[in-house]
Write a protein that binds this ligand. Structure first.
Ligand code: FES
Ligand code: FES
Length: 207
């Protein structure tokens, strides 16, 4: 009499008895977290993953034109910091929540961690490095210093870029309006009252 405990001869279909792990292992695939696309690895003796696609872009940053070849997946933030060495723009959350990476694109506020460099091809970009004129600080920068509107300084470049746009847009009719239009920029130190004071000052000088 056959010993059913020792032999793998149940009526269950063989495929059903394989775990997902063993199937993946057997087929030589690795799943990446983003998108789940299968990638064969060189370790498995297969072809290496193809190089990431690239694109040529022209960015006018702080008045200087740059022609670059970038990976299509490279964010504007990474391009500014890693390719152009403009590290004044900070990487905070890297997912559009804190505003530390705010720059101006054609005069409008953009969170540079949320946009790809290729999407900004041909545009005019201003970072915090582009505000001062020689030794002369931008009025918003001066107002931030005068009003002691920063502590850690990490969020400050983004706050300043957002404030410049806020003033230019004329969203400074009241403290509440300033707060609302600056609400995309977070400050963990709680400098908000000083930031509002600085934006109000700069708006008065701008008028
Ligand atoms: S780093 Fe871009 S919003 Fe936080
Ligand atoms: S000054 Fe940077 S988080 Fe407040």
């Amino acid at each position: 009499m056959p010993d059913h405990d020792k032999h793998d001869d149940t009526d269950e279909a063989p495929i059903a008895r394989h775990s997902r792990r063993t199937v993946l292992k057997a087929s030589g695939f690795t799943l990446v977290a983003t998108g789940g696309a299968p990638i064969t690895t060189a370790q498995d003796g297969e072809r290496p993953a193809p190089p990431a696609p690239t694109a040529d872009v022209t960015l006018d940053v702080n008045g200087t034109t740059h022609h670059l070849t970038v990976e299509a997946r490279m964010t504007l933030l990474e391009t500014l910091r890693e390719r152009l060495g403009l590290t004044g723009t900070k990487k905070g959350c890297d997912r559009g929540e804190c505003g530390a990476c705010t720059v101006l694109v054609d005069g409008r506020r953009v969170k540079s961690c949320l946009t790809l460099a290729v999407m900004e091809d041909g545009r005019e970009i201003t970072t915090v490095e582009g505000l001062a004129r020689g030794e002369q600080l931008h009025p918003v920068q001066e107002a931030f210093i005068r009003r002691d509107a920063f502590q850690c300084g990490f969020c400050t470049p983004g706050q300043i870029m957002s404030a410049v746009a806020c003033v230019d847009e004329g969203h400074t009719g009241s403290d509440d309006e300033i707060r609302e239009w600056m609400s995309g920029n977070l400050c963990r130190c709680g400098c908000y009252p000083n930031i509002v004071d600085a934006v109000r000052d700069a708006a008065r000088e701008h008028a």
